[in-house]
Design a protein around this ligand. Sequence first.
Ligand code: PMP
Length: 360
Amino acid sequence: MEEVYNFSAGPAVLPQEVKSIVQEELANYRQTGMSVMEMSHRSNPFQDIIDEAEALLRELMNIPDNYHVLFLQGGASLQFSMLPMNLLTKHKKAEYVLTGSWSVKAAKEAEKFGDITTKISSNDKNFTYYPTVDLTTLSTDLDYIHITTNNTIEGTVIPSIPDTKQIPLVADMSSNILSEHYDVSKFGLIYAGAQKNIGPAGLTIAIVREDLIGSPIENCPTLLNYETYSKNQSLYNTPPTFSIYVAKLVFEWLKQKGGIAAIEKTNRQKAGMLYDFIDQSKLFHSLVKPGSRSLMNIPFTAESDELNAAFIKQAGEKGLVNLKGHRSVGGMRASIYNAMPVKGVQALIDFMESFEKANK
Ligand code: PMP
């Protein structure tokens, strides 16, 4: 096999440049005589790493000063619980916009802590489009409105961020954080698991507006209270140190590439190339309505389960790996996160073209 292109939905492809630096620094980090893996989270070198990681993320996303950046664990799934435990405490009411299986899971967890409405949903068409977030149908005393900016499984993205006025907007940004420009000040809270556009699994990032911290449910466990992290610079207990280190390197890589504006341009180019091919193909079809199409996760299908299986197998033999679609959607899915090079997408399109010719 020549080059391998990893289209996994997550954990996912990391920049080659970042992996090379990790390799160089692995055993002896900057003359400390030890690996970052072996380093105390209270040591100066690690303090520098976490400070730089936070500063870089703030710079890349232009995060206003009245927001805390928290380095957490437990994945985005733990945020499904932690979020209502901290924010669903005043009116105990929230709207969860249902746009895919992850939002359904998020809403289910929140129901344990209050009254959840799901008035806005694309469930009627199997989550193949992004519904309009129309606030007029919603109650005005909600503690927050929850959206998923990018639906990893279904391959949809929110076309524009709604203005939710006085109601805090909360976003699960796990699969498209850092891939396109978002104005952080429009959100009350953003959370994301790291294992797609940030770094290795084990780290979860939350960006939380200051005023939303500090009124959790009664008897909230210490480690599920955002305040524990905001008051202790995410160092109340041992954070996922190595994942934070790699995330810092990914942030540096992204900054060198020109930041979010530059990567968004490349991401639009990559998704555009793949969608242009799919839309003219007689064999492959898109499952997602134009206008709702994700730049990160592109599900598609051939005409039969047999052809899908043959495609996935033959693609794998060519080094185009992890193209199997999620079991709830079927077919194929190409996840083309920030670190997927344009030539990886081109290699996929070239193979799709030859597969189509061979299976006319
Ligand atoms: N939300 C979204 C949008 C996701 O894509 C995922 C993971 N693929 C999750 C939540 C769950 O993340 P985790 O596995 O980190 O709990």
